[in-house]
Design a protein around this ligand. Structure first.
Ligand SMILES: Nc1nc2c(ncn2[C@@H]2O[C@H](COP(=O)(O)OP(=O)(O)OP(=O)(O)O)[C@@H](O)[C@H]2O)c(=O)[nH]1
Ligand SMILES: Nc1nc2c(ncn2[C@@H]2O[C@H](COP(=O)(O)OP(=O)(O)OP(=O)(O)O)[C@@H](O)[C@H]2O)c(=O)[nH]1
Ligand SMILES: [Mg+2]
Ligand SMILES: [Mg+2]
Lengths: 291, 276
């Protein structure tokens, strides 16, 4: 891992009273490898390493023989800072109901996360309604229905081919039943599928969601940025939920998403149960990324 | 080796970006780029073309030039495994459809007895594929259902049994133990039967894919990979790294959400798409 690699590199520096550019290059190389192994975006990695190089040559960081721990701490602090603050909450609107829309690629965990978020909001004193807008995937509506039943949260489903109509009817249902927030589960889709991305655009202009959350699998590789950029430019996303963090993926996509798309990671999925939704802690994520 | 560097830094940096962004991994990418630095060009030769050919050859050298097909010996059991959301259930449906079209008698076993509506999802797929299904009650021990499926295969003469399993993360040892029990049960109820263990992997997966493949292989062995969602923008380069370190080949690819969107893996097409 990076800590061991940096120890090997900095051990060679002992006894030198001045760091050469070559010494700094060795350290930067290890950081680059660690980042790319952690799935941090190629360009984000390059920019990060270039920025450290400027500081190192400018004597801010590696001002004398720096032990590996100091470099590690510097990198961890930088990543933590870039990951932004812990903003793990949904901003509720004064005009009920607050509408929250989940979006993302296939299989990232949207349906499960919809139910997790609904349960979380219930515990905070809210009355959510979940809406099944995935009218394509086999048994998707059934899946949301079962999840709703397991945590006693109402689910609005309709046998219709028009997502916008279902969404509008669900808002009516929410108002009639005193629900203060509506969580829309949508079908997984490719960011390059024009027709499906248009469906989301029409949904957005038709019902004006207050929050659009991009659900991203924490083991996503180099395409994380391209996907997020496309969702953000076509829809505008308010936040990200990173799932399956109970796995051992380093999750570099988190850093790439935050620095490029500049939206906060609001929650993380840490398991398959509906209780497995955590707040996002930037410092924990930083040490995970460095490995 | 003259030691003379013949390829411009700019071109090398562009190629490095293409390789890293394909998820092939920094180590394989660095190795290829280092090699390329000293390429000798004939006068007037198209450098970009020659370099692409060299990279293609390097990668084909790792993954092989020919498709590795699924076992052709029947009756055949196919065990579908992989992490959550990778595309297992959809792939079971697509494979069932393929064998049904080849006039094979197919049974699918709904051994994801855990996730909400998993059985209902497979039911819809088996109808699309025109095949039979065996399912148990929710929370049933999947190994017990595998046993019943095996008995049914012997009784009714099914030629292909495709087992859908619940998604599981490779770092959850109790879930990996469950998988070992499922495999043991296949061996008990259908001794000596031809068995394909297919690891279904999402093409968007990054470097964690290596750990996934490693642990699934260590637990029960993996005879092939199904690389799904290649209709997206991810190139699935992680498969190259997996082939190099674990020797497991990609056998099939998923190219969409329809029942026909499953194809044999073609190394040549894969490498060309990777370098686009
Ligand atoms: N281990 C783990 N599994 C998760 C997590 N979140 C979701 N899953 C699992 O991931 C799989 C996919 O979850 P879904 O909720 O169906 O994903 P989806 O995005 O709705 O999928 P599509 O609707 O097909 O695009 C399921 O097996 C879930 O149980 C998580 O945080 N940890
Ligand atoms: N675009 C595309 N989507 C796919 C492909 N294969 C599967 N999917 C989609 O990926 C999502 C997850 O597929 P599933 O078959 O439910 O995945 P799974 O591995 O069985 O999921 P779990 O059982 O929850 O672990 C669904 O929305 C599928 O339609 C593919 O090749 N291309
Ligand atoms: Mg879903
Ligand atoms: Mg499944």
């Amino acid at each position: 891992n990076l800590s061991n690699r940096l120890q090997d590199v900095t051990r060679k520096l002992l006894g030198q009273n001045k760091l050469s550019e070559k010494n700094i290059e060795d350290v930067l190389r290890e950081i680059r490898v660690a980042f790319l192994e952690a799935d941090v975006d190629y360009k984000v990695t390059k920019d990060f390493v270039d920025a450290i190089k400027v500081k190192a040559l400018g004597q801010e960081v590696l001002v004398s023989v720096t032990p590996a721990q100091l470099v590690m701490k510097y990198v961890a602090d930088e990543i933590t800072h870039l990951l932004g603050d812990n903003i793990s909450r949904i901003k509720f609107s004064d005009n009920a109901p607050t509408i929250i829309m989940m979006a993302g690629l296939q299989g990232t965990g949207k349906t499960t996360t919809t139910a997790k978020l609904a349960l979380h909001l219930t515990k905070e004193g809210h009355r959510p309604l979940m809406v099944g807008l995935d009218i394509y995937r086999p048994a998707a509506q059934e899946q949301l229905k079962v999840l709703g039943a397991s945590c006693n949260i109402p689910v609005y489903l309709e046998d219709s081919k028009n997502c916008l109509n279902i969404a509008k009817n669900s808002l009516k249902y929410a108002r009639e039943n005193n629900c203060d927030c509506v969580l829309l589960d949508t079908a997984g889709r490719l960011h390059i599928d024009e027709e499906m991305m248009n469906e989301l655009k029409e949904l957005k202009s038709g019902i004006s969601p207050h929050e659009i959350l991009l659900v991203v699998d924490s083991m996503t590789g180099q395409q994380a940025v391209a996907v997020a950029k496309e969702f953000n430019s076509l829809l505008g996303i308010d936040g990200v939920i990173l799932t399956k963090l109970d796995g051992d993926a380093r999750g570099g996509a988190a850093l790439s998403l935050r620095t490029v798309v500049q939206r906060p990671i609001k929650f993380v999925g840490v398991g398959e149960k509906l209780e497995d939704l955590d707040s996002f802690y930037p410092d924990r994520m930083a040490s995970r990324i460095i490995g | 080796i003259t030691g003379k560097e013949n390829v411009s830094e700019e071109l090398l940096s562009e190629l490095e970006e293409i390789l890293v962004r394909s998820d092939i991994g920094v180590h394989i990418s660095d190795r290829i780029i280092l090699d390329l630095k000293y390429t000798n060009f004939k006068p007037g030769e198209d450098r970009i073309l020659k370099i692409k050919e060299i990279i293609e050859k390097r990668i084909l050298g790792i993954i092989g030039e020919d498709n590795v097909p699924l076992s052709g010996s029947f009756p055949l059991v196919i065990l579908m495994i992989g992490v959550n959301g990778s595309g297992k259930t959809s792939t079971v449906g697509k494979l069932a459809f393929k064998y049904h079209k080849e006039n094979k008698k197919v049974l699918v076993a709904a051994c994801d007895t855990f996730r909400a509506a998993a059985v209902e999802q497979l039911e819809i797929w088996k109808t699309r594929a025109g095949v039979d299904i065996i399912k148990g009650k929710e929370g049933t021990d999947p190994a017990a259902l595998v046993y019943d499926a095996g008995k049914l295969v012997s009784e009714k003469g099914y030629q292909v049994l495709i087992i859908d399993t619940a998604g599981r993360l490779h770092n959850k040892s109790n879930l990996m133990e469950e998988l070992k029990k499922i495999k043991r049960t296949v061996g008990k109820v259908l001794p000596g039967i031809s068995l394909e263990i297919l690891l279904v992997m999402d093409a968007t997966c990054g470097q964690n894919g290596i750990q996934q493949a490693k642990l699934f292989k260590e637990a029960i062995g993996v005879t092939g990979i199904v690389l799904t969602k290649l209709d997206g923008t991810s190139k699935g380069g992680i498969a190259v790294s997996i082939k190099e370190s674990l020797g497991v080949p990609v056998k099939l690819i998923g190219l969409g959400e329809g029942v026909e969107d499953l194809e044999d893996f073609s190394p040549g097409d894969f490498v060309r798409a990777l370098l686009e």
